[in-house]
Design a binder for this molecule. Structure first.
Ligand SMILES: Cc1ncc(COP(=O)(O)O)c(C=O)c1O
Length: 364
């Protein structure tokens, strides 16, 4: 059996260091807004090349608080891809604004820039480019369009820490960017966590306030805020893992290169890496016209896979159900399948997956 993902391998390798980090926090008696969180914020900001990093409770809260910090709220429209994890749209609703879905480029799953341009109205306030699966959205074109229309950009970098577009790391293109530390992400907590990255002093200051009850000065609350801090245990764990991030990213890229070699010529579409992009392969997602049968054949051959995502966002019951205005998003939801791709996966396992994929293709 080759698992889709196996965190126990990573944690076995880091066990001593992780337990020491956790013990340090336990002994400190400080669990919220302490030294570990501050250190992680500084280290992550340096890693991503941004001025500020503000730890929050999840990637979802990173998006929600960044949007609110930028002034997005009732009456505003925010453009977001029709194909992503639900949080790229639900967080817009949480601010009181309206998500406006835009179809995707079927090769990279990123926002289709021409469709974004067509979707802008006088009420449009912001764009959320999602760097899905670890492949960056075309940020030069999107940033130019945003500038032309006076729109804010919040990058959804939940799956793409370390990726670059035109040589510039994600998180550096927008007014703010969100990172998720969900356990299976390229750098994952032992629980939930997230970070807002921003070059803007005003946005960083406001997110810091929003994550802690809108507090400015001890027990003085100047606006509606939330309990959304990144706790010290998670920050300590993440500091251990951050030291390995670039090595893990290289490994993911190596696995992707190996898959490309072994899967060449088969009747399925492999991920595209645009010339301007450095993909970090959070997921290695292929497409097959008979996706469900293909996934079943792989499961029968002992290979774990997953579907990211089985419904386009506008088709989620939350957003009203059966919506066919976004044909590429709709088609992607029927065809995508993610193969095992995590830093601890061995070359032999990739070979094993490739053999199984070949057999599964033959059977269909
Ligand atoms: C594209 C995308 N956006 C946002 C999120 C939300 O992050 P979290 O699960 O940390 O709230 C995720 C994570 O699952 C994601 O994949």
């Amino acid at each position: 059996m080759i698992p889709f993902v196996d965190l126990s391998r990573q944690h076995a390798a880091l066990r001593t260091e992780l337990l020491a980090a956790m013990a340090r926090v336990l002994d400190s008696g400080q669990f919220v807004l302490g030294g570990e969180g501050r250190a992680l914020e500084e280290e992550l900001a340096a890693t991503c090349g941004v001025r500020h990093a503000v730890g929050v409770a999840s990637g979802t809260d990173a998006l929600r608080l960044a949007l609110t910090a930028l002034g997005v709220g009732p009456g505003d429209e925010v453009l977001t891809p029709a194909f992503s994890f639900v949080a790229s749209a639900s967080t817009i609703v949480m601010t009181g604004a309206t998500p406006v879905f835009v179809d995707i480029d079927p090769e990279t799953y990123a926002l289709d820039v021409a469709a974004v341009a067509r979707a802008v109205t006088p009420r449009t306030r912001a764009i959320i480019p999602v760097h899905l699966y670890g492949h960056p959205a075309p940020m030069d074109a999107l940033a130019a369009l945003a500038r032309r229309h006076g729109l804010a950009i919040v990058e959804d970098a939940a799956q793409s820490i370390g990726a670059t577009w035109a040589g510039k790391p994600v998180g550096n293109w927008g007014d703010a960017a969100c990172v998720s530390f969900y356990p299976t992400k390229n750098i994952g907590a032992c629980g939930d966590g997230g970070m807002v990255l921003t070059g803007r002093d005003d946005v960083a200051e406001r997110v810091r306030r929003l994550r802690h009850h809108g507090e400015r000065g001890r027990y003085r609350h100047v606006e509606l805020g939330y309990t959304s801090r990144l706790d010290e245990l998670q920050a300590a764990v993440l500091r251990v893992k951050l030291k390995r991030l670039s090595e893990w990213t290289e490994r993911r890229r190596r696995l992707a290169a190996l898959y490309r070699e072994r899967l060449a010529g088969l009747p399925l579409s492999l991920p595209v890496e645009r010339r301007e992009a450095r993909h970090v392969y959070h997921l290695f997602t292929v497409r097959h016209a008979q996706r469900d049968a293909f996934a079943k054949a792989l499961a029968d051959l002992g290979v774990g896979t997953a579907v990211h995502y089985p419904l386009a966002v506008p088709n989620q019951p939350l957003f009203g159900g059966d919506e066919r205005r976004f044909p590429e998003a709709w088609r992607a939801a029927r065809e995508v399948l993610s193969l095992p791709c995590f830093a601890e996966l061995t070359d032999d396992e990739v070979e094993g997956v490739a053999v199984a994929v070949r057999q599964a293709c033959d059977r269909l």
